[in-house]
Design a protein around this ligand. Sequence first.
Ligand code: HEM
Length: 518
Amino acid sequence: MSEPNHNGIDSFRNNLKSIIDSFASSFLRSGKPTSDKSRASAMFNNFFLHVQGVKTHMNTLRPTYTLGLGLISLFLLLITTVSGVVLMIYYNPSIENAYNTVKDITYVVIGGSLSRNIHKWAGEGMIIFVLFHMARVFFTGSYKKGREFNWVIGIALLVITFGINLSGYMLPWDQLSYWALVIVANIIQSPKEITDSLGITQYFDVGGFSKELFLGGLNAGKESLTRVYLLHVMLFPILMFIFLGVHFWRIRKDGGLTKPDSFEPQESDAQLFSPPEKKGGIFTTNKTYGLMELAGGRTPAVDKDVENTVLSWPNLLIAELAVFFICFAGVVVYSFFIDAPLKELANPLIPENPAKAPWYFLGLQELLSYSAFMGGVGLPGIALLGLALIPYLDREQEHVGVWFSGKQGKSVALQALLAGTPVLVGLLAFVISFGWFRNWWPNVPQLLITLVNPGNLWVVFMMLWSVWVIKKTGSTRMGAIALFTMFLVSFVILTYVGTELRGPNWGFYWSHSQWPPH
Ligand code: HEM
């Protein structure tokens, strides 16, 4: 038998003592980042971090540029995902049990109510922050310079964000869920308005077919809940994470975020960022990387003005952590005080009056009250297509990375706001006070209302205004700014009207307190 190896025992003891340190350095592969080189390699070699560059442009880190909105959207998504998994432990997607399990989560399960609130508010927060993020990207012209396709990916993310929220709204199977499901089914069925007007529904009932496909039958029932559940926990999340993967990969390949050509570091930047060890750091060239010698075509652009970059570790990571904690704290505090609603068990015999979709769809529901097809399919389709095409219709490459593309853009946006608001409010006030064609001529053909209704008139006005701006300024970017500003105005005003000013039978009320008791 050989002698016991004391060195072996000693090194085992030492290994045990330093287990935490060695685990931490194995996690970062290159050990604790203590020099510029190891900081760079910590970013480069980490699976989660390497989607970001080793160095980050100072402009990206200025809080006034991105406002952290994309990151907030991402963190809200992560919070929603984690809290959603907690809810899945108890939730049962059958019409017999769904409501009771949500009730249990809310009133019986320890921490259940908080988890449900966090899930609900982080999810709905995403809608607001994704819209804000889109507005930031738009107003800084960041859909240009190779980022056109990423903008289109962004539009897909926007749609998925709405879809994932809407499908979740239906899961508790209370009165709110059930009647929202009915409204959505009616929206999906709305092409019937056209096929009925043309008298071809019996041959080509695309509306009826889509509705049945969505509900899993003629009416909302157990198959519908299964389908909505599938959309909520499987289809939309998978699509969301795939598109997000592409979204971030594209940002990386585009050389990070946009920045103004005229970027000049300021004194305040020096206080904000931790400087590299020596000027120029370890990456002092303007080279791009990629298989340039072997493959033709475009290569990923790496920061061209390399002097204005700082190491991502720690500068970017600290900023990201700060945004995460603020975001997390905000959601938890909000969820602590405000409860997610839960009404009575769904009852197909007692319609909610007004039966409303969730708030983020109430702008559409307002348009729907003028024409089911235009409100449900036509106008949202035009809006999404219009948004997706922005980078292809406006190809001017100047002033990228500058808010509103400068002074002129600011005044174009302001004019669009000041002109659009009274026109839209006036149009809505007119419809509310005097009605529309059907109220004046009860037998008017539906097709005429589909073609000429307040929603369509408003869209035509926005387009004409934008074309006029292009003509006046000679710039497609200015036309796009005018149109996009009016799109935001429409979303806000229509959502407000649908949420606050519409009561029973979709009548107009100044406030909830005026609703007749029922
Ligand atoms: C789930 C939704 C989304 C998430 C989580 C997300 C996340 C992000 C993040 C973290 C960034 C980098 C930092 C920042 O700009 O804050 C970014 C950049 C970008 N996003 Fe999104 N985004 C989403 C939706 C959208 C939408 C709706 C659009 C536009 C329609 C969009 C277009 C872009 C573009 C073009 C960039 C690059 C901007 C630049 O170069 O300055 N994203 N996104």
